[in-house]
Ligand binder design. Structure first.
Ligand code: TPP
Ligand code: SF4
Length: 480
């Protein structure tokens, strides 16, 4: 039970019924977390704070802190905090990571976030090993230090040198504040308390990235009692990791312009209507996949569809997936057009699949939702049995493109078909505007592509009547 700060829940009620923290006696995690909890409560920031919990001994922070919480996968707390701080710019975002978590698997996430000066406070708990998994060597394990994976001591010629994360980040221009502290004794805890508050104040004031490394005892894996562990931090760890402030640009840090996540592709591309999406619960969400060989233009086709959605005031997402080869390998992208905010840009069961080559036709058709449609180039033989309730539409996209003098514009022909068959749920003028915009850098191609688009529409119109009837019937069967 906690009575001293409202930054923590009053009771730590864990799922398994226990009511204490998971920390061993003498562990530094509990001390540093208490400093953070007190700071957010004392500063009145609790309702504005989102804490990003790591993997490792501190994985259960969400049972302790009485504020918003997101549990990040191993090493990803800085990446998750980046997303949160960009989309919730009025919130105080705190990432909390161990030295295995941040120093190894997640180092690049933290390093790049620091280099961009993201708006969150990152607490980096250095206990010199991977504690939760049984005391293996971490990037911060000191030269000669014994761990379960360095039983004879860390040999720097084999295992490399301990990573000085503060010193590395201090080379960057963007961070506002970087300090290394310790929780080994009262004097040091008082200094740590100041640093914690400062890092959180920087968030409150929107002044950018703050990084606090905390030297923290792990009596259990060090096989020492709590007192000896605290002495070890001061007498041994501080030799390798000297305490101090590495960087303090708080006074020069301009209040940063809040960063917003780009929800509209038109904003992202810096062109088009740039309008905010308008919530519309009556609009049926369309989840689409465009697939083919790299170089066939499937990625750009998806981009044009997404931009057309943005122009129409819909919520859109565009999610590409590239094969290793620039040309010839598999490429696909997923596009979602929705009347409300999109939960996930991943499309596992598309309503509409455009398959521009045989491998993607064979691979993705079985994933199409019952009642969905597959548009594929009619030159591809259909040599498998499609799933029941899926509408297969062979379409001569390649032929239409070459007949109109731009053999590479089969993707534009598919766009014409999608528009004519009303599979996008978007006004045609927005589709045409997005198509036109996509050739801003190659204006000579605009006219040719519009010609292909029109020819494809005409060809699709001849399919449309029977197609629509069929879809209605299948949708009727699929949707209760
Ligand atoms: C992707 C992934 N790899 C490995 C693990 C296993 N794992 C769980 S905790 C942990 C080490 C955490 O060490 P550290 O970040 O130093 O935190 P501590 O336990 O010392 O507080 C590892 C490797 C995992 N959960 N996920
Ligand atoms: S194993 Fe170490 S880091 Fe983990 S809770 Fe125990 S003392 Fe703390």
């Amino acid at each position: 039970m906690n009575k001293q700060t409202t930054g923590f829940y009053e009771h730590f009620e864990r799922k398994d019924g226990s009511r204490t923290t998971t920390y061993c006696p003498g562990c530094g995690h509990g001390i540093i977390q208490k400093l953070i909890a007190e700071a957010i409560a004392d500063m009145g920031l609790q309702d504005r704070t989102v804490f990003v919990s790591p993997v490792g001994c501190a994985a259960f922070c969400y049972y302790y802190f009485d504020c918003g919480n997101v549990a990040a996968p191993h090493g990803r707390a800085s990446a998750v905090a980046t997303g949160l701080s960009r989309s919730l710019s009025d919130k105080v975002i705190i990432a909390y990571q161990g030295d295995g978590d941040l120093g190894a698997i997640g180092f690049n996430n933290a390093f790049q976030a620091a280099n961009r000066g993201e708006g969150f406070a990152c607490f980096f708990i250095n206990n010199s090993l991977y504690a939760m998994t049984g005391g293996q060597m971490a990037p911060t394990t000191m030269a000669g230090q014994r761990t379960t994976t360095t039983p004879y001591g860390r040999d720097v010629t084999r295992d490399g040198y301990p990573l000085h994360v503060c010193e590395v980040l201090a080379q960057l221009e963007a961070p506002t504040y970087i300090e290394r502290v310790s929780v080994a004794d009262t004097k040091r805890i008082m200094q740590a308390k100041k640093a914690v508050r400062k890092a959180i104040e920087i968030q409150r004031d929107g002044k950018g990235f703050a990084f606090i490394e905390v030297l923290s005892p792990c009596p259990t894996n060090w096989r020492m009692d709590p007192l000896k562990s605290a002495e070890f931090v001061t007498n041994e760890m501080e030799k390798t990791f000297p305490l101090g402030c590495f960087h303090d640009r708080t006074n020069d840090a301009m209040k940063r312009t809040p960063r917003r996540a780009t929800t509209n592709l038109a904003d992202l591309l810096g062109k088009g209507a740039g309008a905010e999406p308008i919530p519309d619960h009556t609009f049926r969400e369309r989840r689409m996949k465009f697939s083919g060989f790299g170089g066939q233009g499937v990625i750009s086709l998806g981009m044009v569809v997404a931009e057309a959605g943005g122009r129409s005031g819909r919520y859109v997402s565009w999610f590409p997936s590239y094969g290793p080869e620039q040309r010839g390998g598999a490429a696909s992208c997923s596009v979602v057009i929705s009347g409300t905010e999109i939960g996930s840009p991943a499309v596992d069961a598309p309503d509409v699949l455009v398959a521009m080559n045989r491998p993607s036709l064979e691979r993705f058709t079985p994933t199409v939702r019952r009642g969905g449609s597959v548009l594929y180039d009619s030159s591809i033989p259909l040599e498998f049995v499609p799933p029941p309730g899926v509408h297969m539409v062979p379409f001569p996209a390649g032929k239409i493109a070459s007949d109109n003098g731009v053999s590479k514009a089969a993707n534009t022909a598919f766009l014409g078909a999608l528009s004519a068959l009303e599979l996008l749920g978007l006004p045609e003028e927005d589709v045409v505007a997005a198509l036109t915009d996509s050739f801003a850098a190659k204006p000579k191609l605009i006219g040719k592509n519009i010609k292909v688009f029109e020819a494809a529409k005409e060809a699709a119109h001849s399919l449309a009547l029977s197609f629509k009837e069929d879809v209605t019937e299948k949708e009727g069967a699929a949707r209760p």
